[in-house]
Design a protein around this ligand. Structure first.
Ligand code: ZN
Length: 234
């Protein structure tokens, strides 16, 4: 009898203890929610800003909404990123395709932080186009193998650098495809091919060189992404 009583007592004690433990857990949980750090404390100021301007509510999802909309090359390393990093020479503006929000200036390192290959590619293409423009402005004869890349050739086409004319049958894409073929070619080009490359790159008002010089005159060392130029965003 005494033994049973003891067991009951033990059980009662155990129950009481369990109840108080549950209370503690609940209290701790409530406490934890109350103390959960706000988003701006978890993310860097730039990433927080990115999420604020996005449709998605986490950076992991929000980063997919952004594209590189604009690039500017500074003469001096005097640029300051939204993240406060200083001494920048390459500055970008990023564009949210869902909300239409823009954020600038953003440095190259912060573009990388998005972890989006598409954004890196867009940034590199705009940067290479401005570099090519500087070569033309410096009066260096444009050299297909020396100054171009597949990326910059595609960028030139997207930006409308190739003009429809008699020589390409009024189809500018043919010039792009021809140059790409010549760029990839490992064997020595025929004389006719050399002449055509020369014409597309360097001769007259329809040439890539003329286009680069015209845009340098109009826009300086900055360039907008083709998807914005054509109003094709959103
Ligand atoms: Zn930055």
């Amino acid at each position: 009898m005494t033994k049973v009583r003891e067991t009951m007592d033990e059980n009662e004690d155990f129950e009481i203890e369990q109840t108080s433990m549950t209370d503690d857990v609940e209290a701790a949980h409530e406490d934890g929610v109350a103390k959960a750090p706000p988003l701006e404390a978890v993310l860097s100021p730039l990433l927080f800003e990115v999420v604020q301007l996005s449709e998605a509510r986490t950076f992991t999802l929000a980063r997919h909404e952004w594209r590189v909309g604009n690039y500017r090359l500074l003469e001096e390393p005097s640029g300051v990123c939204v993240c406060t990093k200083t001494g920048l020479i390459h500055l970008y503006e990023i564009y949210n395709v869902k909300t239409g929000a823009t954020l600038e200036p953003i440095g190259s390192e912060c573009i990388k932080m998005f972890g989006e290959d598409r954004m890196l590619e867009e940034a590199a293409q705009l940067r290479e186009l401005v570099q090519l423009q500087k070569i033309a402005v410096d009066r260096v004869p444009l050299d297909l193998k020396g100054h171009f890349s597949k990326r910059v050739l595609a960028g030139l086409f997207l930006h409308g650098a190739f003009q429809p004319c008699y020589a390409n049958g009024y189809d500018a894409e043919r010039d792009y495809e021809f140059l790409l073929g010549q760029f990839n070619k490992r064997s020595k080009p025929a004389l006719e091919e050399i002449r055509r490359v020369d014409a597309i790159l360097r001769r007259g008002n329809n040439s890539v060189r003329a286009w680069l010089l015209r845009r340098a005159e109009e826009y300086g060392d900055s360039i907008e992404a083709p998807f914005l130029e054509k109003g094709g965003a959103a």
